[in-house]
Design a binder for this molecule. Structure first.
Ligand SMILES: Cc1cc2nc3c(=O)[nH]c(=O)nc-3n(C[C@H](O)[C@H](O)[C@H](O)COP(=O)(O)OP(=O)(O)OC[C@H]3O[C@@H](n4cnc5c(N)ncnc54)[C@H](O)[C@@H]3O)c2cc1C
Length: 479
């Protein structure tokens, strides 16, 4: 008789959990999946990627109407945005995609789905309501929640859980935090017609990225009307009737008071570990989340963790990738380690900011030698034709000419990065990219052009000129 009811129990029905549950069941493992909300899909579908990108698309379309004259078209008189209709559209898109993550679909794949908040009883058993469930292996894929520092009045902040379903467009939105979520939301609401102010503690937005490129994105948001308070932190928020008075402090302690209709906290995320009773399973965790080894095992080797809860790369594609690694280790029994060297990321502002590999900041901190190659979108014919000239590509190469990092700030930067995803993962030579024929006119030509910069420096070098002079001398040349 089997010692446990299931081969694997998965806690959390988001990107990581769904990947592992469907893969495990399809490989024949007896699988149970738990989700505490009443629908599968997790943050990405309900409160993250999907609603944010849907909102951004509506905002971009509305903003496009403002710029009709730039395209030689008649100007259009716009009515103000009725946000409830935008949020209805967001919900429709979520509902359509939800079909992929329906209970029926997972049941058909062989997964048993149960709803309810799970807590561990011991390292092989969990409790859901009054039911005890045992499994040989477990995956913790409980994701993350918005982090809000505990300043006075923090409870007045909206988060990504409320912002997409507002009934009215905020008159004045104050965004706290200049990371990817804060930047995307600030631009989208500014484009929809809200007055937007953004408070950011550090000296630049998107503080992980190189400042020269982050500044290009910031300039685009300034042009959309976003007001920035860099090197400022929130002291307190007071609510008077429907107004919020937000007091912020600069780095010298000076105070400014701002009034707003809404405040959005976009400070970052905290791992969902508290309610899991991890102590009872003997699983260690810290303020970042659940630490795992390179095979995504926690300190209790039959309990795995993947996705945002590990506190590492908090992206849907990272959660999906890690899910695959868990399946290989836990279900197929093959040792497979994670490799994050080429984990891409993208901020979906306009222009988008897409990155793979290292930043200059990181290379400098490591003391690595590198060269920088850039190409502006304004030199790209398609970008000119489409009035999308803001931004550039920056390629960082090792002394041996190997890519260390690729950064694209430009319209559709995330899609343009895909060619680099193939180049670095396939270990392609840069000469292959330089020699590959790209369709004209496409923005993707910028990938070939930036590599061309590197090769033309070699091609038109003194060394090459001297070599050719010798050849010409030998062959005789026209007079
Ligand atoms: C506004 C916003 C925009 C984003 N945009 C992007 C983007 O464009 N691209 C991108 O790659 N990433 C984006 N992300 C990040 C992305 O949403 C997350 O990285 C991804 O959802 C992580 O997946 P996960 O499976 O780890 O966690 P989740 O998707 O959060 O799933 C965890 C699930 O576990 C459940 N759960 C928690 N505790 C328990 C419990 N005790 N018992 C049972 N169930 C439990 C939760 O209810 C949840 O459904 C965005 C995030 C936000 C907030």
């Amino acid at each position: 008789m089997a010692k446990y009811e299931y081969d694997i129990g998965v806690i959390g029905g988001g990107a990581a959990g769904l990947t592992v549950a469907s893969g495990s069941a399809q490989l024949g493992a007896k699988t149970i999946l738990f989700e505490q909300e009443d629908k599968l899909g997790g943050d990405c579908l309900h409160y993250g990627c999907v609603p944010s990108k849907t909102l951004i698309h509506s905002a971009d379309a509305y903003n496009g109407l403002l710029n009709m004259e730039n395209l030689g078209l008649p100007s259009v008189k716009q009515s103000p945005v009725a946000f409830s209709r935008v949020s209805d559209r967001i919900q429709n898109v979520i509902d359509t995609i939800q079909v992929h993550d329906s209970v029926e679909r997972f049941n058909e794949l062989g997964v048993e789905v149960a709803f309810g908040a799970v807590e561990f009883v011991d390292s092989h058993s969990v409790k859901v309501a009054e039911r005890i469930v045992t499994a040989k292996k477990w995956l913790i894929a409980t994701g993350s929640s918005p982090f809000i520092p505990s300043f006075e009045g923090h409870e007045f902040c909206l988060t990504n859980r409320e912002i997409f379903s507002l009934s009215e467009l905020p008159e004045h939105l104050i965004v706290l935090g200049g990371g990817a979520i804060g930047i995307e939301m600030a631009q989208a609401f500014a484009r929809l017609g809200s007055k937007v102010s953004l408070i950011q503690r550090s000296v630049q937005i998107l503080s992980r990225e190189d400042k020269d490129l982050a500044d290009i994105v910031m300039q685009a948001l300034v042009a959309d009307g976003v007001e920035f308070y860099l090197e400022h932190t929130v002291d307190k928020i007071e609510k008077q009737n429907n107004e919020h008075q937000v007091t912020i402090l600069d780095n010298k302690g000076n105070r400014i008071s701002l009034n707003s209709s809404h405040v959005l906290a976009a400070y970052g995320r905290k791992a969902n570990v508290k309610s899991l009773e991890l102590e009872k399973a003997g699983v260690k965790y810290n303020e970042k989340g659940v630490p795992v080894d390179s095979r995504l095992r926690t300190n209790v080797k039959h309990i795995y963790a993947a996705g945002d809860v590990t506190g590492k790369y908090q992206f849907t594609h990272a959660a999906g990738y890690e899910g695959g690694v868990v399946i290989t280790n836990a279900i197929m029994g093959l040792p497979r380690k994670v490799n994050y060297q080429w984990m891409p990321r993208c901020t979906y502002s306009d222009p988008e900011f897409a990155v793979i590999g290292k930043t200059e900041k990181e290379l400098q901190a490591e003391g690595q030698t590198y060269s920088v190659w850039t190409e502006d979108f304004k030199n790209n014919d398609r970008a000119q034709a489409e009035d999308a000239v803001a931004g550039k590509i920056k390629l960082l190469l090792s002394s041996k000419g190997k890519p260390l990092g690729v950064h694209i700030v430009g319209r559709n930067g995330g899609d343009l990065l895909a060619e680099w995803v193939a180049v670095v993962n396939g270990k392609l030579k840069l000469s292959t990219l330089a020699g590959a024929i790209h369709a004209y006119p496409t923005q993707a030509e910028i990938n070939k052009r930036v590599v061309g910069q590197y090769f033309s420096k070699k091609l038109f070098s003194d060394k090459m000129r001297k070599a050719l002079k010798l050849i010409h001398k030998y062959q005789g040349r026209a007079v």
